[in-house]
Design a protein around this ligand. Structure first.
Ligand code: ADP
Ligand code: MG
Length: 692
């Protein structure tokens, strides 16, 4: 958007009304550096009469919002230095004391007869007392009538800057800022009208000065839509470039290999696998390039789906590559593929950093000359510049471990290779569309039949001895067990049983007669691999570990998964861990050990279901998007307004609109306003997707 250089929105926050150097510094801590930032510093939630309790029912231990008339007040002195402002408020049901430690100055602004809204924790000292985190003077009790209709915005704040002060700063500046933002509206009125959303200016006003919670929500939805639309536009452009703008390979299905594999599979494909293959084959046989994500629960059978896709490439005269995040996983895949392909004329080679020089030379040559058809490997595939004779399909397993760069680097090993990526953990469909909007999505929403439930239980630390006995019993029956800990080194602050220390204790004191191994994140890769291999080969009875075992390893003989300090893990992570057992014929168990009382409810959600999608939804709801993915996860968009629980409809509309727009106008020539916003928001990411 051509923005006047002198827009008042670009001025530093320090020059706003009611803001001096000290306030400016506090605002900066909130990320508010310019007038524009202030305008977009919207409330994180609201209080209103619908959340207000009768004073009588406020009980110690609660977070409560109360409204009452100030009937008495004053400053008291408890010990030297601490002065507490106190006020007693009353409603039709009773009285309660409000206390503001260290804020005697409030005596000047709060008067008897004021109608006060307070929100904060209720405690019991000698009397019932509330210590307001927030308060607002609604007016004089005899004039204000009741407080219905009052909506109190609660802003993200910082030390030394109270809600009152923030609200005052906003109120002093809001009108001119709203005037200034109006011309920056990127959407044509018709587009917003069709969605029932207000223009930008109005949306911001609704969020800062709502007359009702519904108003505030309408404003939030407008901002959420903008986030979604531009991200989808970014994705749509990436998708367009990756699929349509470059020729792909129209693979030809002869069924020579696909048919042979189909008939020799030891099981029938699930309905979901069949549907997925139909979508994948349709992409692959079309002249456009495929860019598809297969999402499925742990154990839904993604590997076989990938194998069929690779065979389509091979029977069309091309090669395929499958990249996995660890050596163990790559080796496991190579073994599985070779087993399933047995005497078919398909040569599978393994490419990892562990290859000896001679072997490596042989493999590299076979791939370059087209004698090897499928390369399974780690990132060594892209690092060691393996050359393919004719790579037609690039498959990335456990895609969250790789970035866009690596995915592309693999595809670039072929001239026009199709791309198939497989997720590790299910995430809600809407979220998949936001994160991976540049990919087409296939969901495997069905597990193979006959899979037995993993019996999951929640135990307190006092049960540890019993759990150890149980583990010993399983090992006596020839089974193996995982014992998982959340951290590597015991932190001084938190008393966690770290893997390394526990390992020593378990090995020498608890299970001296058993074979116990340990893997953790600080270990050298080689040592880690050696131990994992020993466990997979049945040379260890118990594997003590941190979450490094999380990804994809398959040891069917392991039947017990004990997770210590389960409250430290996200539900989706627990789900991944649980997915490591129940892979063989033996009955399997997942035992969560926790002393975190407060977390029990969350963990019970996990105990109650094995549906990964449901678990992911619960996890997302409980932890929010940032924590759900881990702060460092690659490419998670920084949404401030989008709420995956409420905005599915907007997301789907935004995606449709963005794709339609890009299909008719890929360079957005007719939509310069959209283009400008895209560049200013996602300039760097746009480059990421640039295809030379
Ligand atoms: P994930 O989707 O977690 O990668 P895998 O591809 O490793 O799952 O498959 C898990 C297990 O299920 C494997 O042992 C695989 O052979 C088996 N499997 C896959 N598809 C089916 C099916 N249709 N029926 C029965 N077992 C299947
Ligand atoms: Mg897998």
């Amino acid at each position: 958007m051509p923005r006047a250089a002198i827009s008042p929105l670009d001025r530093p926050a320090q020059f706003l009304k009611s803001v001096g150097p000290k306030r400016a510094e506090q605002l900066a801590r909130l990320g508010v550096r310019s007038a524009r930032d202030l305008l977009f510093h919207v409330p994180r939630r609201y209080e209103d009469a619908s959340t207000v309790l009768p004073i009588k029912s406020a009980e110690p231990g609660m977070e409560a919002t109360l409204i009452g008339e100030v009937v008495s007040k004053g400053v008291i002195l408890t010990r030297p230095g601490l002065r507490i402002f106190q006020a007693v408020i009353r409603d039709a049901t009773g009285l309660i004391e409000c206390a503001w430690p260290g804020q005697p100055f409030l005596d000047r602004s709060i008067r008897r007869g004021d109608l006060l809204l307070v929100a904060g924790p209720v405690r019991k000292f000698h009397r019932r007392q509330i210590q307001p985190r927030e308060f607002i003077i609604l007016g004089r009790a005899d004039e204000a009538g009741d407080a219905r209709g009052v909506v109190l915005p609660i802003y993200p704040s910082t030390e030394g800057l109270s809600q009152r002060q923030l609200r005052a700063i906003l109120e002093a500046n809001l009108d001119p800022l709203l005037e200034a933002i109006a011309p920056e509206e990127p959407f044509p009125p018709a587009q917003l009208r069709a969605l029932g959303l207000p223009p930008l200016r109005e949306a911001l006003e609704l969020m800062h000065r709502p007359a009702s919670l519904a108003d505030a929500e309408r404003g939030r939805r407008r901002l959420a839509y903008e986030e979604l639309f531009f991200l989808q536009l970014l994705h749509a452009r990436a998708h367009h470039r990756a699929t349509l703008a470059r020729a792909g390979t129209p693979f030809v299905r002869t069924d020579a290999l696909i048919g042979a594999l189909y008939h020799r599979l030891p099981f029938r494909l699930t309905g979901a696998q069949t549907r997925a293959l139909r979508e994948i084959f349709a992409d692959m046989t079309s002249p456009r390039r495929m860019n598809r994500l297969v999402q499925g629960d742990v154990g839904s059978g993604k590997t076989v789906v990938a194998l069929f896709a690779m065979l389509l490439a091979v029977e069309s005269g091309y090669q395929a590559a499958l990249m996995a995040p660890t050596e163990i996983l790559a080796e496991q895949h190579a073994r599985t593929l070779r087993r399933l392909l047995a005497d078919l004329p398909v040569r599978v080679v393994l490419v990892t950093g562990r290859l000896g020089a001679a072997e490596r030379r042989e493999v590299v040559q076979a791939l370059a000359e087209g004698d090897a058809h499928i390369a399974v490997g780690t990132h060594a595939l892209i690092q060691e510049r393996v050359r393919f004779h004719r790579l037609g399909l690039a498959v990335v397993d456990e895609q969250h471990r790789f970035g866009v760069h690596q995915r592309r680097a693999l595809a670039e090993l072929g001239e026009r290779a199709d791309v198939l990526v497989m997720s590790a953990t299910p995430i809600p469909r809407s979220l998949a569309l936001t994160l991976y909007g540049d990919l087409d999505l296939t969901v495997l929403d069905e597990l193979p039949p006959g899979r037995q439930r993993v019996r999951t239980t929640l135990r307190g630390p006092q049960s540890r001895a019993k759990i150890y006995e149980f583990v010993r019993g399983q090992v006596a029956e020839g089974r193996q067990a995982y014992l998982v800990y959340p951290l590597v080194e015991e932190s001084e602050k938190v008393d966690l049983r770290a893997a390394t220390e526990e390992y020593e204790r378990l090995r020498t004191e608890v299970f001296p007669e058993l074979r116990v191994g340990v893997v953790h994140g600080q270990m050298a890769g080689e040592e880690k691999d050696r131990t994992m291999r020993a466990f997979a080969a049945g040379e260890l009875d118990i594997l003590v570990s941190t979450t490094v075992i999380e990804v994809g390893i398959d040891v069917p003989n392991a039947t017990v998964m004990v997770i210590e300090h389960a409250e430290r893990f996200g539900l989706s992570q627990l789900h991944q861990l649980r997915g490591r057992v129940g892979r063989g014929a033996g009955a399997s168990y997942c035992i969560l050990v926790t002393d975190g009382e407060g977390e029990a409810a969350r963990l019970r959600t996990f105990v109650a279901t094995e549906d990964g999608f449901e678990i992911a939804r619960a996890d997302l709801r409980l932890r929010g998007m940032g924590d759900f993915f881990g702060a460092k996860q690659h490419g998670v968009p920084d949404f401030r307004h989008f709420d995956p629980e409420k905005d599915d409809d907007l997301l789907l509309r935004a995606r449709e609109q963005a794709r339609a727009l890009v299909a008719s106008d890929p360079e957005l020539t007719a939509h310069p306003a959209f283009r400008d916003v895209l560049v200013s928001r996602y300039g760097e990411r746009e480059k990421l997707y640039d295809v030379g």
